[in-house]
Write a protein that binds this ligand. Structure first.
Ligand SMILES: N[C@@H](CCC[C@H](N)C(=O)O)C(=O)O
Length: 292
């Protein structure tokens, strides 16, 4: 690799290094991803979005007819994740900016399947928000999940948005402490591949706020899949189930980096709407790459 074009983007403060690689020709081992995501010695990011044509990637080739582009998402530690909600909005923003797709309906292949997004034209008030059909939530259980931080513990709900989440309702977001290390979640068997943990408080009617500790990235300013998991957990707690009532349920979910609007539809699909921003673009110094 002599040089590498990269961009930097974020969605509600969840930030990503974007690596265009249409032909899927780059070798991006976990150590290189971690170097690029390092906030002091690299570009810095909660994760990395590699932009690859679905047909050029073995994990996405089967989705190529439905979605031309594959979001190869990696966490900041280099680990692979199935899905990233903020990431998919930023990914769509990137595709439109590069004129790789037209504004409007955009399908994106992910490891959790194809996700369908809608992005409008930018207006006088700034860039259009992006809405993504995040698919249905699964609530696989078991009962009795507990999240612990230091001396405190809370019951939690297992919500899967393509990736795993433990959602704990708490009295005060500060009670989760510094979150420098991952909360302990038991039983461990509920999450064989690790877990993202959300701490949630109520802010008003159908309005909640969260903090999140992400698998592979630590505490972040936002998590789109986490916000969707939180919305569904809050709806069930509040006695709402659109699949049974036939009525959609919409919640405002505040994250440390902004605000997302999440709707669960009667068909069970969860829609997320929020901003997606491209911050910068440039090239990685070939010497830096070579000394990895
Ligand atoms: N920040 C993302 C989620 C990224 C993946 C997650 N850390 C995992 O390992 O599942 C989002 O916005 O959803």
């Amino acid at each position: 690799m002599d040089t590498l074009r990269i961009l930097k983007g974020h969605g509600t403060g969840n930030d990503f290094v974007i690596v265009p690689d249409p032909d899927g020709s780059l070798d991006l081992p976990p150590a290189m991803v971690a170097r690029l995501c390092d906030r002091r010695t690299g570009i810095g990011g909660d994760g990395l979005l590699r932009v690859v044509r679905s047909a050029a990637h073995p994990e996405a080739a089967a989705m190529a007819e439905e979605a031309e582009w594959f979001m190869d998402y990696r966490n900041a530690d280099g680990s692979v994740a199935e899905m990233c909600g903020n990431g998919v909005r930023v990914f769509v923003r990137f595709l439109v900016r590069e004129q790789l797709v037209a504004p409007g309906a955009v399908a994106v292949a992910t490891r959790a399947g194809v996700r369908h997004a809608v992005i409008g034209a930018d207006g006088p008030d700034g860039p259009a928000e992006v809405t993504v059909d995040m698919g249905p939530a699964r609530l696989p259980g078991p009962d009795g999940i507990v999240v612990r931080v230091g001396e405190r513990s809370w019951p939690a709900r297992n919500v899967n948005m393509g990736n795993p989440h433990a959602v704990a309702f708490v009295d005060d977001l500060d009670h989760a402490g510094e979150l420098r290390t991952a909360p302990t979640v038991t039983p461990a068997a509920a999450y064989p591949d690790g877990v993202n943990v959300e701490f949630v408080v109520d802010r008003g009617e159908r309005h909640v706020a969260l903090r999140v500790h992400e698998r592979g990235s630590g505490e972040t300013l936002s998590c789109g899949t986490g916000a969707c998991a939180v919305m569904v957990a809050a709806a069930r707690r509040d006695g709402l189930d659109p699949a049974r009532s036939g009525q959609p349920a919409t919640y405002t979910v505040d994250v440390p980096g902004g605000r997302l609007r999440i709707t669960e539809r009667p068909d069970g699909h969860v829609e997320m709407t929020g901003p997606a921003v491209i911050v910068a673009e440039g090239r990685i110094d070939p010497d830096w790459l070579a000394t990895g």
